[in-house]
Design a protein around this ligand. Sequence first.
Ligand code: ADP
Ligand code: MG
Length: 352
Amino acid sequence: MSGRHDKDKGVNVQVIVRCRPLSEDEMRSNTPAVISCNEGRREISAMQNIANKQIDKTFVFDKVYGPTSKQKDLYDSAICPIVFEVLEGYNCTVFAYGQTGTGKTYTMEGGGRKKNGEFPSDAGVIPRAIKQIFDILEAQSAEYSVKVTFLELYNEEISDLLAPEECTKFTDDKSKKPLALMEDGKGGVFVRGLEEELVSSANEIYNILEKGSAKRRTAETLLNKQSSRSHSIFSITIHFKEYTPEGEEMIKCGKLNLVDLAGSENISRSGAREGRAREAGEINKSLLTLGRVINALVEHSGHIPYRESKITRLLRDSLGGKTKTCIIATVSPSIHSMEETLSTLDYAHRAK
Ligand code: ADP
Ligand code: MG
């Protein structure tokens, strides 16, 4: 894997790009595609002719996935090695970053449900990671536990996507306080009251995902929110027993965070319409802080500004130190998204 830094330096950030295909609507209206991908050379180019001036920008990333790339290809080449690290006892994080409608949720969750025992071919990173984890743990036959949490960050407030139903039947803000992010006194943080679901087999994953998405939809309607403005974090924590060569028992712990970030268009537009101003500000802040934290880690700068946003505080134990981070930047091929695409590629490139 072509990570940016070797392991003993402790930082390993991989930045990859995925371009979705043109949608049916875009094809029907003959929308020109302005993005071309060369997977072999790990290059992505944006080309456009404006007033007879040719704009042609090429970026090189750790990996590039073109419009015909399959969920399985991306998983096997980019994510699978990260899950192996998690099973060695490391904390790792995968981010999907990009404009709304470019395939963040498709990449992380994917489409479809489980059909007659088989995962659908468009299953995304979350179900595939769960499956790989159980395949490996079951083959090792040692004792283990797998727990998941699923939360949403909206306006710097945390809500639990897995909390039992009775907690979600709220109509006024008073009955539903956002969950608090607490310091654990050992340099770490935890979310007070966050539901942890024990998973006993890979088959349960679609029920859990469905529960989370249903809850996201309800909250969206009740509170007039937009999911494009929230981040969601799906975390898998694994505890497992191992024996040292001397036969001593050892409990290891690894964690994988799978993050579907708010739409990156919120970073460039101020969204100054009334009531939206604060939101846009908060999204800006969290995406920009995340970018700064990753930059600081990659450049080994002394001060890492974790504290400046909730998302980086939450993920602090999984960013930096002995961890692996993968950023999947998603883009649209359409001419109408050119500007957003260039800013996504710029942001992602700066994280390298
Ligand atoms: P986002 O979460 O970034 O807003 P979505 O994941 O909802 O975007 O994707 C928008 C639409 O494009 C969905 O209908 C999705 O199924 C489709 N799509 C996204 N990426 C791909 C892809 N790589 N291949 C096929 N369809 C895709
Ligand atoms: Mg989405």
